[in-house]
Design a protein around this ligand. Structure first.
Ligand SMILES: [Zn+2]
Length: 424
């Protein structure tokens, strides 16, 4: 190799080296830029994680503030309504998981509402009877194929077939069943009467409105520590159903229509990131039974000495001696809505004749914001109190919604929704 050739080769090597360094610098810069962009897009979710932490702390701070209900005439039993297992298809949950979830939540009752199957009576095959202190009732969720869906409790082998919804309800009521309209926003046969009530709130219906990308990143940052509280991210007051219910109750002088809330637990709602071949890269389940049973409950109120049995539970639900509450934010046990005049005392679900004035009393286990509704409109309010008496002198359908302004994130969403007292 001569000198010229040698010089040429070394300068080529230097040029390559310089090129390489330039490339590396560009890659480094791109990486930094992308990391910065990622951090910028994730900042809101880090903040949202912090908000859930502060919600958790506020919930914890409420625990020692609970007040006992001074009214000792009644006892409160908590449970869940509208639960599916794998028996009726499109659920993967087994009965053992449901039993364990009920025990973990110390529930007094669980009302199963299995989908019907052609060759099995699913309401008989499901978990029933009292097991370790929880009463299980076997019911069904039935559909007539035209958008009408009913919860029939206890369940039945009598299929809807081609019967009209009105006729079908009548038949179930005649055989002593409870009938609730599930998914009222899809229900068509409003001319039908005789049903016991409406499912005013349903977790599954609410979850269908989840913004999936938002929930995905919320999950990425918060699922590990605050899986339960992610519910607060999508919980919405069921305004449309409440309006529908208020309209039905206040436009009728004789009918009483009760509200229940459905957990609609299937153990099948989740958010996941998958590859083209369907393998899950990252994901999480939003609705294991134990969590679903913690979020939302129906409470029934029985006279103090009356034990909880299938009959007394169904009778309380029929009479509307019940309310529903988002117990995830604080157990509502002890809430009570009563009405008294000079010689009678009644509770939510009951009727009272107006004779001068009626004293409507509200007890809540925590200092709350109480909204008293009359015929669907907020008539009166009380702030920061655990007990309040509203004296009313007008006929109407009165119900209360209870709010917890101490919990910033859900301060505009009800914690408790009571059944009405009908002042006729
Ligand atoms: Zn269902």
């Amino acid at each position: 190799m001569d000198v010229d050739e040698c010089l040429r080769t070394s300068s080529e090597a230097e040029r390559d080296e310089v090129k390489k360094r330039g490339c590396l610098r560009r890659f480094g810069f791109l990486f930094l830029l992308l990391s910065l962009l990622f951090l910028l897009t994730q900042a809101p979710f880090i903040l949202r994680r912090y908000q859930l932490a502060s919600l958790r702390d506020s919930i914890e701070a409420l625990k020692p503030q609970r007040a006992a209900n001074p009214d000792e005439d009644y006892r409160d039993y908590k449970g869940v309504i509208h639960v599916h297992s794998m028996l009726g298809g499109h659920s993967t949950g087994n009965l053992e998981d449901i039993f364990k979830a009920a025990r973990a939540n110390e529930l007094d009752f669980v009302v199963m509402t299995e989908h019907s199957e052609r060759f099995t009576n699913t309401s008989e095959a499901t978990i029933r009877g009292t097991h370790d202190g929880t009463l299980f009732v076997g019911g069904n969720e039935l559909s007539n194929g035209h958008g009408d869906r009913l919860l029939v409790i206890p369940g039945t082998n009598d299929s809807t077939g081609t019967t009209s919804t009105a006729e079908y309800i009548e038949r179930q009521k005649a055989s002593g069943k409870l009938v609730f309209i599930a998914y009222p926003h899809e229900f068509q046969s409003w001319s039908a009467g005789g049903y016991d009530g409406l499912e005013i709130y349903n977790i599954y219906t609410n979850a269908k409105r989840i913004n999936a990308p938002l929930m995905f990143f919320d999950g990425l940052w918060s699922y590990g520590s605050y899986a339960d509280l992610l519910f607060a991210r999508f919980y919405e007051r069921p305004a449309e159903n409440l309006k529908r219910w208020d309209k039905l109750t206040s436009s009728n002088d004789t009918r009483r229509i009760n509200a229940i809330a459905g957990n609609d637990a299937h153990a099948n709602i989740g958010v996941a990131l998958r590859t083209d071949s369907g393998d899950q890269v990252f994901g999480f389940q939003l609705d294991p039974y134990e969590r679903m049973f913690r979020i939302l409950r129906n409470h029934v109120v029985l006279e103090k000495n009356q034990p909880l049995t299938q009959d007394s539970l169904l009778e309380a639900l029929r009479a509307g001696h019940s309310y529903f509450s988002f117990d995830l934010f604080s157990d509502a046990t002890g809430f009570l809505f009563t009405a008294e005049d000079t010689d009678e005392k009644r509770i939510m679900g009951d009727e009272l004749k107006l004779d001068g004035e009626v004293r409507l009393k509200v007890y809540t286990p925590l200092r709350s914001h109480i909204k008293l509704f009359r015929n669907g409109e907020v008539a009166r309010q009380a702030h920061a109190t655990a007990a309040h008496e509203f004296v009313v002198r007008e006929r109407g359908v009165y119900r209360v919604e209870i709010y917890l302004p101490q919990l910033e994130m859900i301060k505009d969403k009800p914690w408790i929704v009571s059944n009405p007292i009908y002042v006729r």
